[in-house]
Structures are given as structure tokens and as C-alpha cells.
Design a protein around this ligand. Structure first.
Ligand code: GAP
Length: 516
């Protein structure tokens, strides 16, 4: 575990050192859980977005995109349930003055019991060696059973308190289980209060009549309220989907783990409108399609898993997460939800406008059901960085840090390196760049030894480097060096476009999804 934390720390500093992610407002000591993307980060982020957008809108002729405003009519958030129910239960420690999410404190207590079980099991595994039967041990060992009983009891009470919105009992659980503040070490807790996660501001003059508006906490509502606009103007027939990429804002209390949980972040959401009764079939289809989209990146199939929700939101009849193995464990990157007709019906009710679809085949009108796929760009970014970051020990003991990014997503596809800064080699290198720069992102670098230049490109995940030497001036060939294998070969300049375009093309990555 400590080793994984170490990897995570290294990844965070790598992101800063190589221009991927910077803390926001850093010269003013930063702003909590807000980050900026640097020169390489923005390229990677844009490539992720393009991969998602094209997979939705090019690969599905019945999915179209929109770009709705961040500000929306405040009643939308009443209809969606965010004004009344988008809350976190908070508790303060009176001694340290630190604020915590009550549910997180309790979840951490459950994790402590789980830890005890795991330690007990590890100890036994060492003691018994090959003869160890883990399943039997977990089912019979008294200490394991005792801790499991504590987990079950706490879990049941916690779930009930959350479901009943019983804030007094959430506090009582914290007291009964003697949960202490990690900073002061005391149990001097305040009451538990609900805290709404939406950021609010005012639109118009601050005198009478200013309208309280919210920064959207999800992009999905912009799709729902445009359902009829898109359906009518695009003559869309059910089933069809609307995709959107955009910023979302949440006043997260426990904001941590770098860009995993941010206050300003970006979502890629698609709402797929279907006939009532057909939603679970479409849910299964999108669940499968979205996992293929992840796996096509080639970071390793075992790094993903589904987490089906047992406890569903009141408006959902199925939900699953796609989790990725981050350095801090398997974590949600994407959610796929069968949201029934909750959102459209609610907007019908609050707006007083009919939001229905006339189905010519069934010869009747209905409120469509919705399957949602919702993924965070920043979490996806983090998963790709975590899945690509490698430290390799080379012959001679040097460590090479390399980002094995999927080539189609890499910020720079090709680095062009003249062996020396004279004798016409820079000019030859520039000529190669000028020919290729219309195809993909190229970078010119003439500073330091070629070895150091290779390392710099490895660190930002550039899949190809070519070195221009004295022979290049005569034979019009260069040495191409492959990032992952570090192999080098001599190739004619005229072939570079073919060799590289094929490997870095978004088209081929998209085709990979269809092959899975
Ligand atoms: N419209 C559904 C919705 O917003 P969600 O599970 O709250 O569902 C969807 O969010 C995705 O958005 C998550 O799977 C995650 O990738 C991303 N996300 C949510 N909150 C985030 C945060 N505070 N920081 C970064 N990404 C976040």
C-alpha cells in the first residue's frame, strides 16, 4: 500500500514537472481541488475528448451532440432534485475546527474492520503456507467472524440512517463507534447538517430581481431540457442519443486525491432515449459498449471492472460503475444508469410543457426512458496517466521514466532531433517537421545529448523520435526510435508519414472498439 502511495505521489509530481497538470492559482498558494492543465495535459485531455466524442457521434448514426450553457433556469435544479437532495452530511470537530463528511467517517470505520480481517488472513496465509485455504479461514476463524459481524451490523445501521435521512443517528453512530477526529484525536463533535453541493451565484443586478442561479453540477440536465429541440430539429427517431462534453461544478467537501475529486471538472455524458420497457436491454448494450471503449486503449483488461449498484437511486432501475485500478485502489471512472422517465417527466411537471415523443410505429405518444453514460474527463485522464506511468531499470542501472500512453492520445506523436546543431542538420530536421506537422503533433528538440532528449520525450509519452544525422543529408534516411521497446531502425524520410500515421490515428483506435 505504501508503495502504491509512493507511485501516486510520483505521478502527481510528474504531472507538474512535465506540463500535464498544475495546481490552480499556484503563486497564490493554490485553490482547493481546482487544477489547471498545462501544455501537454491539454493535448492529452483534448485527445481523450475527441476519442469519446467520435466514438459516440461517428460510430453511432443515432447519436448527436450538443453544447448547452452552464447557467440554466434555476427551476431545472428543483425538477432534477438537486436543490433538495444533492447534499452531503457534514460534521465538525469542535476542537480541531475541521469539517468532515459523516458518511466518509463511518465508511472509514468499516474499512478499519475490513483491514483487521485482511491482516488476520495475511498472517494465517504466511503461517500455513501452501496448505492455506483462504475461503475456509474467512468462514470459520472466530476473529474474522467477529469483525465481519461488526461490519454487517454497522453497515445495516448506516444504510438505514442514510436512506431515512436520519442525521441524528448518523451522529450517534459516530459517537457509538468512538470515531475520533484524525487531527485533534477527540470525540467532540457537532450535530450533522446537510450541505448542498451546488455553487450558487446571482444573475442580473444585485438590487431586487436578481435571479439565484447555479453552476451546473452535471451536464445531463442541459440534454434533458433540449430533448424536444434536438428531436424535432434533427427529426430523430427513438432510439437515439444526445452527447455533450462540458464543465460541471460541485462544492466537494472531501476533495482529495488530486484530479480524482475536483470542485471544477469536466464530464462527457450521453443520454440515450428509448421506448419504455426496452430500457434494460439498452442498459446492457451500453454497459458492454462503454467497457470496450475503455479496453480498446490497451492499458490492460484486468485494470477495469464493473461495480453493479445494489442500492439504486429512487429514479433508477439499474446502475453500474466502470472502475479503474488507480494507485489508491479500484475507483469509479464512469457511471451507466437506467434513469427511467424520471428527468423528462419531472421537467414536464415543473415546466408545464409536454415533453413526449410520438412513436409512429406504436401510433402513440410517451415520455421516453433514458440510459445515461456519464464519465469524468479528469478521472479518465488520471486513469490513463496511472495506467501508462512506468519506471524501468535499464542495463547499467539507470532508471527510465516512461509514459506508455496509447499513441492516439499522446500529446506529441513525433520528436525530430538533429544530432548536432550545425552543418545543415537543423535545417534538414525542420524540413521533415514542416512536411509532417499537418498530419500530427511534432516537436523539434536540439538541446542536450540525444540520450537526454529521448528521456524527455519518454517522460511525456511521445511514441516516436527520429534522429537526423550526417548520413541523412545524403541518403534521406533517419533513425526512428520506438518509445516502448527503445528499438531503433533506419527508415527513409518518405516513409515516416505512413509508419507513424497508422499507429497514432484516432480512426484505428476507434476501429479497435469494434473489433473487441
Ligand atoms: N449525470 C450523472 C452524474 O453526474 P455522477 O456519478 O455524479 O453522475 C459522473 O458523475 C462522473 O463524473 C463520475 O463517474 C466521475 O467520473 C465524474 N465526477 C463526478 N464528480 C466528480 C468530481 N468531483 N471530480 C472529478 N470528477 C467527478
Amino acid at each position: 500500500m505504501a508503495q502504491q502511495e509512493d507511485v501516486f505521489k510520483k505521478l502527481v509530481s510528474h504531472c507538474k514537472e512535465y506540463g500535464f497538470v498544475f495546481p490552480s492559482s499556484e503563486i497564490y498558494d493554490g485553490l482547493g481541488a481546482v487544477y489547471d492543465y498545462g501544455q501537454n495535459g491539454v493535448e492529452l485531455k483534448n485527445n481523450i475528448k475527441k476519442y469519446w466524442w467520435d466514438s459516440m457521434t461517428l460510430m453511432n448514426e443515432n447519436v448527436v451532440g450538443i453544447d448547452s450553457a452552464i447557467f440554466m433556469h434555476p427551476t431545472i435544479w428543483k425538477a432534477s432534485g438537486h436543490v433538495d437532495a444533492f447534499n452531503d452530511p457534514l460534521i465538525d470537530n469542535k476542537d480541531s475546527k475541521k469539517r468532515y463528511r459523516a458518511d466518509v467517517l463511518i465508511e472509514e470505520q468499516i474499512a478499519k474492520f475490513e483491514d483487521k480481517i485482511n491482516k488476520e488472513t495475511e498472517k494465517a496465509a504466511k503461517r500455513f503456507g501452501d496448505a492455506f485455504d483462504e475461503k475456509q479461514f474467512r468462514e470459520t476463524n472466530p476473529r474474522v467472524l467477529e469483525n465481519q459481524a461488526k461490519i454487517d451490523e454497522l453497515h445495516a445501521r448506516f444504510a438505514k440512517a442514510l436512506n431515512d435521512n436520519d442525521l441524528a443517528d448518523l451522529r450517534q453512530i459516530i459517537l457509538d463507534y468512538e470515531i475520533v477526529c484524525p487531527v485533534s484525536g477527540t470525540r467532540n463533535w457537532t450535530e450533522v447538517r446537510q450541505f448542498n453541493l451546488m455553487f450558487a451565484t446571482e444573475m442580473g443586478s444585485t438590487a431586487d430581481g436578481a435571479l439565484k442561479v447555479y453552476l451546473r453540477p452535471e451536464t445531463a440536465q442541459g440534454i434533458f431540457v433540449n430533448f424536444l429541440n434536438v428531436q424535432k430539429s434533427g427529426r430523430m427517431k427513438i432510439p437515439f442519443g444526445i452527447a455533450q462534453i462540458g464543465k460541471a461544478f460541485r462544492n466537494e467537501i472531501v476533495a482529495r486525491q488530486f484530479i480524482f475529486r475536483m470542485r471544477e471538472f469536466e464530464q462527457m455524458e450521453m443520454q440515450f432515449f428509448v421506448r419504455p420497457g426496452e430500457e434494460l436491454e439498452w442498459f446492457a448494450k451500453w454497459k458492454e459498449t462503454r467497457l470496450k471503449w475503455h479496453k480498446a486503449l490497451g492499458l490492460g483488461d484486468t485494470k477495469y471492472r464493473y461495480h453493479d449498484h445494489e442500492k439504486l437511486a429512487h429514479y433508477a432501475n439499474a446502475a453500474t460503475d466502470i472502475e479503474f485500478e488507480m494507485p489508491f485502489g479500484f475507483k469509479e471512472v464512469e457511471g451507466i444508469h437506467s434513469r427511467t422517465d424520471f428527468d423528462l417527466s419531472s421537467h414536464e411537471q415543473y415546466s408545464g410543457k409536454k415533453i413526449q415523443y410520438f412513436d409512429p410505429e406504436l401510433n402513440k405518444s410517451y415520455v421516453p426512458y433514458v440510459i445515461e453514460t456519464s464519465i469524468g474527463v479528469d478521472r479518465m485522464f488520471l486513469s490513463i496517466m496511472a495506467g501508462s506511468y512506468c519506471e524501468e531499470t535499464l542495463e547499467g542501472g539507470d532508471i527510465r521514466v516512461v509514459l506508455k500512453l496509447p499513441p492516439a492520445l499522446a500529446p506529441v506523436k513525433l520528436a525530430v532531433l538533429p544530432l548536432v546543431k550545425k552543418d545543415g542538420l537543423p535545417e534538414k530536421a525542420r524540413e521533415i517537421m514542416d512536411n509532417l506537422k499537418f498530419n500530427f503533433n511534432c516537436q523539434y528538440d536540439e538541446k542536450d545529448t540525444v540520450g537526454k532528449r529521448y528521456r524527455r520525450q519518454d517522460a511525456i509519452g511521445t511514441p516516436y523520435c527520429v534522429t537526423v544525422d550526417y548520413d541523412s543529408l545524403n541518403d534521406n534516411c533517419v533513425t526512428i526510435r520506438y518509445r516502448d521497446t527503445m528499438e531503433q531502425e533506419r527508415v527513409p524520410v518518405a516513409e515516416l508519414e505512413n509508419i507513424i500515421s497508422d499507429k497514432v490515428s484516432m480512426k484505428n483506435l476507434l476501429k479497435q472498439i469494434a473489433k473487441l
